[in-house]
Design a binder for this molecule. Structure first.
Ligand code: UDP
Length: 458
């Protein structure tokens, strides 16, 4: 063990947990928040990370870090097809992980491994070394359920018979067939294998931690308990629960907060389609004119790699659009999103409906305009628009006229005011769930007991 680690350990003997995040922004963030929470409950935390998108250890001096070795041969998912990247990472990691675990376990016994469900390589190693294993699902419970319904039939091993699948969907009335999760990839076999392994890893874990809360997803969480028959701990929203502000992989433009300060309350629509998905140039232009024609002030995150095949998407915005909107619009390359959503000037969020973005918006009572594209985003959008009724879903593509109308419905019309009220009610529910005695707070206590008690003496 490095000297500096030994010194840290000497400061107090803590039960040791090993956490394995997935190296995407939307997966790393909830895992680091979970790490902070568990550290605050007295655990010592080792983060096992890949070489790409690794967290900066100097930002987290209270954790230990171990790298899964040189993975430079694994191509990043910059083309938007993450299946080969994740599959290769899962194939590359077991041997190194096993060596790391053996060394760590010998020096400082590991009470439990907590891994992102999409990083399934810890499953066999943990079994072999007889170390208990907990899964973190970074999606909503509803998306978890929908994913379970979407995996290849022969590998499903759910408590449903084949002919019961339709009934299962009936039981899940808010979801239409077209809302089921989609993973766009050129590697369909690898995708099926990936889904089946994620499902197996979750089904055989000792427990599941969710970045959601009971007040939001009680019915679906009950379904998940039946589906996986292991304890479920919905302790989210993790970013609110941990209370820590994490450093993003990307440099945030904090100047936008001063700009928001100058805008009228609830007038600004914040626009971001997350950290991974890309769009075409023509869609970017439609988005631009939809925003411009809505007449609403906007703050728009245009990541450099947002448009397929371009390394500077902002340069592709039409000159006339920039001239028309330069007084009431601001385009930035990356936002301090949680602070933006909490700002009093922000009245709506046009989002791709990634789960972190959704839960961050709910936590601040901001209604949403949803443009889901892949993965769990359609399930989230459907719940936002039809279950919680705190937003509108843009369906059938991105077109300037539809965008303009939808922004007005969300930001100006009576309908939007009603959505805002419901969103504020959910924000209150978030606060209650995190207070002492609230559901997320209580589930966190039980999770700590579960790790310390049941896992020590199964
Ligand atoms: N995010 C951010 N600044 C931005 C855009 C996104 O900090 O300009 C963060 C956002 O707060 C969220 C994460 O990136 O925590 C995106 O995760 P999400 O699950 O919403 O979508 P993904 O990027 O995984 O598709």
């Amino acid at each position: 063990m490095p000297l500096q680690d030994m010194e840290k350990r000497r400061q107090g003997i803590r039960d040791h947990l090993v956490l394995v995040p997935c190296p995407f922004q939307g997966h790393m963030k909830p895992m680091l928040h979970l790490a902070n929470l568990l550290h605050s409950k007295g655990f010592s935390i080792t983060i096992i990370h890949s070489q790409s998108n690794s967290p900066n250890p100097s930002h987290y001096p209270h954790f230990f870090f171990r790298c899964l070795g040189d993975s430079s041969h694994i191509q990043s998912a910059s083309d938007g097809d993450f299946v080969p990247f994740i599959s290769a990472l899962n194939q590359h990691s077991p041997t190194i992980f096993r060596d790391l675990l053996l060394r760590m376990h010998f020096q400082d016994p590991i009470l439990s491994i907590i891994h992102d469900s999409v990083m399934y390589f810890p499953v066999t190693v943990a079994d072999e070394l007889d170390i208990p294993r907990i899964v973190l699902r970074t999606s909503s419970a509803a998306a978890g359920f929908a994913f379970a319904l979407s995996i290849p039939k022969q590998q499903r091993s759910l408590p449903f018979q084949e002919n019961e699948l339709e009934e299962a969907l009936v039981e899940f009335p808010s979801i239409r067939g077209k809302d089921l999760p989609v993973i766009n990839t050129f590697h369909k076999e690898a995708r099926d294998e990936f889904l089946a392994r994620v499902h197996h890893g979750t089904r055989t874990a000792s427990a599941i931690v969710w970045n959601t809360f009971r007040g939001l997803e009680q019915t679906t969480l009950e379904k998940m308990e039946l589906l996986f028959s292991v304890p479920n701990f919905p302790i989210g929203p993790l970013h609110k629960h941990s209370g820590a502000s994490l450093t993003s992989f990307v440099t945030e433009d904090h100047g936008c907060i001063a700009w928001l300060d100058q805008q009228a309350p609830s007038s600004v629509i914040y626009v971001s389609i997350g950290s991974l998905i890309t769009t075409s140039e023509s869609e970017l232009v439609e988005m631009a004119w939809g925003l411009a024609n809505s007449g609403q002030p906007f703050l728009w995150v245009v990541r450099p790699g947002l448009v397929n095949g371009s390394s500077n998407a902002a340069q592709l915005l039409p000159k006339e659009f920039k001239e028309t909107t330069n007084k009431r619009g601001r385009v930035i390359s990356w936002a301090p999103q949680e602070a933006v959503l909490a700002h009093r000037s922000v009245g709506g969020f046009w989002t791709h409906s990634g789960w972190n973005s959704t839960v961050e918006s709910i936590s601040e009572g901001v209604p949403m305009l949803c443009s889901p594209i892949v993965g769990d985003q359609r399930v989230n959008a459907r719940f936002v628009s039809h279950v919680w009724r705190i937003g509108i879903q843009l369906e059938d593509g991105v077109e300037r006229g539809k965008i303009e109308k939808a922004i007005k419905r969300l930001m100006v019309d009576e309908e939007g005011t009603e959505m805002k009220k419901r969103a504020m009610d959910l924000k209150d529910k978030v606060a209650s769930s995190l207070r002492q005695g609230g559901s997320s707070s209580e589930f966190l206590h039980s999770l700590v007991d579960f790790i310390k008690g049941k896992l020590c003496n199964p």
